[in-house]
Design a binder for this molecule. Sequence first.
Ligand SMILES: [Fe+2]
Length: 256
Amino acid sequence: MVPLPSICIPTTAGTSSEVTNNIVFTDPTTRFKFGLSGPNCAATRALVDPEMTLTLPKGMTAATGMDALTHAIESVTSKGAYDLTRSLALDAVRLIGEWLPVAVSDGQNRVARERMMMACLEVGIGFNQSGLTIVHSMSHPVSGWCGTAHGVANAVLLPHVMAYNCSYDVEGFARVAEALGVETRGMSRLAAAEASVEKVRELNRMVGIPEGLAACNVKESDFPNLVADAVKSAGIGRNPRPTSAADIEEIYRQAM
Ligand SMILES: [Fe+2]
């Protein structure tokens, strides 16, 4: 069956839905948030114009921008990554690291809005092929069960998952650190990879993301539901580090 034509016009620089084969649903009865993928889920045309984001409020700019950064870092380190998708994702990391704080502090800055939209476009084209890892596996249940905005849940979980994954893709995370502006000369590659985690924490602070999940309506009593849904995600299989349900629970705990 051929779907009706669709024209997508993004009004945030975040999801990349206009250039991916992915759509996301939340079942209101089970609170299960899940993605579907396939050519019939893609837009027929995308009209990508940064003008559409000029009036986006600070909080939405920060949350959606950190969603895009999460896509980019997950795309670099996904088991499905290859040279082309990594190049796109690393350029997106570079653009977001440089321009998201500007877009948040000065929403009318057209250069910042254009750079953010370009980053979003690049990484969408990339992660559509590489797939994502466990940040999204873990953030979807947080949104489904606790109502946390998607980008905020990703942003809070991102550094914790990076710390967990770091030693399993040292080169990938070291390149993320470099794309975020860390001077890595003289550092071991592992130290460079680890520096990417602190750099993302710093970026979260700069754009006003809450410190932990406890500030996002998550309680420890939610963990069984969160873990049960997270392990159903395809991102587990693409994560650079083998991940068990117990590992997922421990990352949630650390992110509180
Ligand atoms: Fe996302």
